[in-house]
Ligand binder design. Structure first.
Ligand code: MN
Length: 196
């Protein structure tokens, strides 16, 4: 059985960018429902005890496995998203990541501009990602439940831009939410850990 991992901080830790009210629905209802749906879909199948990443990789792009892919990937994406954020995060990273950001984006300002523009421009529901791809940092966006690792890129950080992620706090102002996450919440320790 898959379980909903504990939130890595208090439900009001990301306030006011992401309020406890948003967390109560986004984590407590949306994320939980993906986990519950996943458990119902794998029950009695070969995937019952499989690693989540294996289920996602093997069902990606298969129309007849869309429900399983969507719920498995959304379970994974949301756990990754909660870990991509922290109170008093954001701003310039230090160390190896700072050097990689300079090399890939010409500096932190270049990173911030592209992370914001790419993430905000995702049409409809989806995700903005900082990934490691062929040794360089890149920013990509994915629709719905799509996740970069099925195409060979290693996720380092993500920002959820489904409307449920920001509508209670920012209504239609997606850019205000994305920019505040970049400035105040991104968890560079988690990104560094994902670099491996
Ligand atoms: Mn979400």
């Amino acid at each position: 059985m898959f379980t909903l991992p504990p939130l890595p901080y208090a439900d009001n830790a990301l306030d006011p960018v992401i309020s406890a009210n948003t967390i109560s629905f986004h984590y407590g209802k949306h994320h939980k429902t993906y986990v519950d749906n996943l458990n119902n879909l794998v029950k009695g199948t070969d995937y019952e005890n499989a690693p989540l990443e294996k289920i996602i990789s093997e069902t990606a792009g298969k129309a007849d496995r869309a429900a399983l892919f969507n719920n498995a990937a959304q379970t994974w994406n949301h756990t990754f998203y909660w870990n991509s954020l922290k109170a008093n995060g954001g701003g310039k990273p230090a160390g190896k990541l700072a050097q990689m950001i300079d090399a890939s984006f010409g500096g932190y300002d270049g990173f911030k501009k592209e992370m914001s523009a790419t993430t905000v421009s995702q049409f409809g529901s989806g995700w903005g990602w900082l990934v490691l791809d062929a040794g360089a940092l890149k920013i990509v966006k994915t629709g719905n439940a799509e996740v970069p690792f099925t195409k060979g890129a290693k996720p380092l950080l993500t920002i959820d831009v489904w409307e449920h992620a920001y509508y209670l706090d920012h209504q239609n102002k997606r850019a205000a939410y994305v920019d505040a996450v970049i400035d105040r919440l991104l968890n560079w320790d988690f990104a560094t850990q994902n670099l491996g």
